[in-house]
Design a binder for this molecule. Structure first.
Ligand code: RI2
Length: 320
């Protein structure tokens, strides 16, 4: 798929979920590199940088997106010819896509071990990796039941209940505000992540922090399923994760909104759950307490200050 087409689909959320948008961006960069008829390394590099910037600008919160783009664009490093640069980008894009798919499978395997026979689970939003853990536990023959929230305003819960239903998993569909009413029936909360910061806070779909607070108060454990490329290197140098605020029309129809001149609709797509509400983050490298997020950033994202300056300048939030 072309870069503009991919960017449009990510923006409109036709392609959504932090892992999926990262893989879609890698695919778009790969296809773009293959389509370029660049005469020089410099012009190839420039064209690729424009494409990378367009993709990164689509959605500001899920850090998997700039991390994937960064990984693929490093294929340009040390390339002496346009051909070498093309091979570098294509190889890295393929590697990212494969390792992302592998990470999703590994997390399912590790995460399923935290789910016991007879457990009642609760999930919020639609996370490929969180659902992977649940489906793997079910595949292993554990008898489980799930509470899935609706996830206003975009109703990602509808995707979740279809996936769980198709897997043959007993599922209860509830409105977001019903979490507290059912939390005492729940043994474990499991969600995904759009970003994990250096202090172990998890940025995920709006409402996650309310679920986490409710779970903590009821002494119900909460685990987060997140690939290492969801960890945010720039938070090491004090950058904050930008929370995307989406159009008001997603929450309240424009015709109604315009009759209410004193009302402002706020529509943040994500919120921040502090580390103390999270028991474990399950990554493809194993489970860690959230307080160990820095280790993941250091070891698996190859973070260092020079690298930071070189590669993250393209990020739209840079300098804000
Ligand atoms: P996976 C989604 O964001 C949700 O917040 C979900 O929990 C998170 O990305 C991770 O998704 P959105 O794209 O990568 O629905 O686990 O705004 O699929």
């Amino acid at each position: 798929m072309s870069v503009p087409e991919t960017a449009k689909k990510i923006k409109s959320m036709e392609i959504r979920g932090a892992g999926r948008i990262a893989r879609a961006a890698a695919e778009a960069l790969r296809d773009h590199a293959l389509s370029l008829k660049a005469r020089s390394t410099d012009s190839f590099r420039q064209e690729m940088q424009l494409a990378a910037a367009e993709l990164v600008a689509t959605r500001p919160t899920a850090v998997s997106l700039p991390n994937a783009v960064h990984y693929v664009m490093a294929g340009l490093d040390d390339a002496l010819t346009a051909d070498e640069a093309q091979v570098g980008v294509v190889n890295r894009a393929e590697r990212f896509i494969q390792s992302s798919q592998h990470a999703v499978e590994k997390i399912a395997e590790f995460g399923a071990r935290h789910i016991r026979d007879g457990d009642v689970l609760l999930t919020h939003c639609n996370s490929e990796v969180a659902l992977g853990c649940i489906i793997e536990a079910h595949r292993q023959g554990k008898e489980i039941e799930v509470f899935a929230t609706e996830v206003r305003p975009r109703n990602q819960g509808h995707i979740t209940i279809r996936t769980l239903n198709d897997a043959g998993i007993k599922t209860n569909f509830i409105v977001d505000s019903a979490v507290r009413s059912f939390i005492n029936d729940v043994d474990l909360v499991i969600v995904g992540a759009d970003a994990v910061t250096v202090n172990g806070a998890v940025v995920n779909k709006i409402g996650t922090s309310q679920v986490a607070h409710t779970a903590a108060e009821a002494r119900v454990n909460m685990i987060v399923a997140a690939e290492t490329y969801k960890f945010a290197p720039r938070t090491v140098v004090g950058e904050l994760i930008r929370i995307e605020e989406r159009p008001p029309g997603e929450v309240l129809a424009d015709e109604i909104a315009k009759t209410l001149p004193h009302v402002t609709v706020r529509n943040p797509a994500f919120d921040v759950t502090p580390a103390e509400y999270i028991d474990l983050i399950v990554t493809e490298q194993g489970a860690i307490p959230p307080q160990m997020a820095y280790v993941i950033i250091r070891e698996y994202l190859g973070w260092d200050i020079a690298e930071f300056h070189k590669t993250f300048d393209m990020h739209p939030g840079n300098g804000e």
